[in-house]
Design a protein around this ligand. Structure first.
Ligand code: AMP
Ligand code: MG
Length: 522
């Protein structure tokens, strides 16, 4: 069997797009280039924490030379002759144009030809680049574990995402002010090797438009279309519009999927929006526990909650509007761009409704009214019902009587039983209506529950689960990382010996740092 070092190096992004002429690695504004060369710093004593056996299997490779692997995926030595680089992008952060951002702590260390795809591999946390501004370019163990486990979990939920090949510990200690409150502590450094066909973000286009650099905007757009939207025609105004339409479609699909599983990204800035429609940059993310459209796990966003669960589809549209403005110089016609954005709104509402119908077990996307779903959401919110457990229980049991349903609600609510009781009447009305609608469906019960289990995951990476793995890993024990990695390979399957993870968030995690409070960069 082959090893990762057998794949041919095949530079594409770094071969076809303009490089920064300055080769020294210092913080600066980079103009007229898509990337800058930057070499990872040498880690003190790197060691392997975990690798994605699934990705190894997909690529048909084995871990042959672990020592070599660790050296390369910790940045100690280069990947063959590849010249590593960091990408230039800008972005709107929390609704404001923030200027140049770029890969401040990500360095692309290889572009490989794997199974007829051009795969980019980048190290997150391998040291400063010209885009690091005043930061150190490093990443700590806790945030690296969160990115590593969640990107692989997202993939297995069937949701488009960057992948993670490996996580290594660097052996270095990094000072971090975790909650930005002046409390600095040394934390262990780590590096995730991220994998994608492209790490291009909306912000890669925005930076050129903001500098009125139409030439490079066109180069980057043509490159993106040629390599990642190759079903489209050769460059023309029509092709650019078709490209924008496709990015809108993919982003819309991503939003529907995030909402379906209760994922809250936490930092939907335009520099964190993948042009491929992938989930990218796992930072202060979280999964809804008590159903609450107003919830965000990101403490940096606690005041305005711009990136709260219920706002993600609208923020995506706002971000797409920035992308439309960015592509305008290539299209020079605002009307069709606006028409695409307007259509997003209408289509999103329709698709979201169909998605909710599927979660409830209806085949027909018009089986129930918006009002019916709205009442359910209100009941879930007011009764503080765990989203994942609620929909999974609905997919597991054939409820025929309200009392059975009510007993389950008592189990999956975070409210005191006495408080929940005050919602009983509303739930009964909704439940009776639900049963009545289900009777109109022509699916048999078995089939219906099987279908529901395919859209209502049983296991998601709740913040407290990741935190348990982190606490353990900080003592050098990686067994929970392995356990959660395995669990989340099959999030839709009933895994009888893993029932301990099919439960509400424990009380101790309600207000614990890392479980309910997370901040941006770490
Ligand atoms: P994020 O909020 O993590 O998406 O980061 C926003 C910007 O800050 C990106 O350009 C990152 O590359 C950069 N950044 C975040 N953390 C660091 C760090 N520790 N060192 C250098 N740059 C960073
Ligand atoms: Mg980012």
């Amino acid at each position: 069997m082959a090893s990762i070092f057998d794949f041919p190096i095949s530079p594409s992004f770094s071969k076809e797009l303009p490089a920064d002429n300055e080769q020294n690695n210092f913080s600066r504004q980079v103009e007229g280039a898509c990337y800058s060369y930057a070499t990872p710093i040498k880690p003190k004593s790197p060691s392997l924490i975990h690798t994605s056996s699934q990705l190894f299997e997909e690529w048909g490779i084995e871990m042959e030379e672990e020592e070599q692997f660790v050296k390369i995926f910790s940045g100690e030595i280069p990947f063959k002759s590849f010249k590593p680089y960091a990408m230039c992008y800008g972005g709107h952060q929390f609704g404001q144009w923030a200027g140049q951002l770029g890969d401040g702590r990500a360095i692309n260390i290889a572009e490989l030809e794997i199974n007829k795809k051009n795969i980019k591999i980048q190290l997150k946390g391998a040291g400063p680049t010209p885009y690091s501004r005043r930061a150190d370019g490093l990443a700590v163990l806790r945030s690296s574990i969160r990115e590593y486990l969640c990107s692989e979990a997202m993939y297995n939920l069937g949701i488009d995402t960057t992948r993670a090949l490996s996580i290594v510990k660097t052996g270095d200690w990094i000072p971090r002010d975790m909650l930005y409150n002046g409390n600095i502590e040394d934390e262990q450094g780590a590096i995730v090797a991220r994998v994608s066909e492209s790490f291009i973000r909306f912000g890669n286009f925005e930076i050129f438009a903001s500098r009125q650099d139409k030439e490079n905007l066109k180069k980057l757009t043509d490159y993106t279309i040629k390599h990642h939207f190759s079903e489209l025609d050769s460059p023309s105004k029509e092709t650019y519009l078709a490209f924008f339409q496709e990015v809108v479609n993919r982003t819309k699909k991503l939003m529907i999927n995030w909402q379906r599983v209760g994922f809250v990204h936490g930092v939907m800035n335009t520099d964190n929006m993948s042009i491929l429609g992938q989930t990218i940059d796992y930072g202060p993310y979280g999964w809804l526990e008590e159903y609450n459209p107003g919830w965000t796990p990101n403490t940096t966003d606690a005041q305005h909650r711009r990136y709260r669960y219920g706002n993600q589809p609208s923020v995506a549209l706002w971000n797409l509007t920035q992308l439309a403005n960015t592509l305008y110089p290539l299209i020079e016609d605002a009307e069709p761009l606006q028409a695409i954005l307007d259509a997003y709104k209408k289509e999103y509402i329709r698709e979201q409704h169909a998605m909710m119908c599927s979660k409830l077990g209806f085949n027909n996307a018009d089986a129930v009214s918006d009002e019916f779903i709205h009442i359910l959401e209100e009941n879930l919110r007011q009764s503080e019902i765990d989203m994942t457990l609620f929909f999974r229980e609905l997919s597991s049991i054939e409820f025929t009587k309200f009392n059975e349903f009510w007993n389950v609600l008592k189990e999956v609510s975070y409210l005191e039983k006495s408080e929940l009781k005050s919602r009983k009447k509303e739930w009964k009305e909704w439940f009776n209506c639900y049963l009545f609608r289900l009777h109109n469906e022509d699916l048999n019960v078995e089939e219906r529950l099987t279908q529901m289990k395919k859209v209502n995951p049983k296991y998601v990476l709740r913040n407290y689960m990741a935190q348990l793995a982190i606490d353990q890993a900080e003592t050098g024990n990686y067994s929970l990382i392995e356990e959660l990695y395995n669990l989340l390979q099959n999030p839709y399957a009933d895994q009888p010996n893993m029932e301990k993870w099919y439960t509400k968030r424990p009380e101790w995690a309600r207000n614990k740092i890392g479980c309910s409070m997370l901040s941006c960069s770490s």
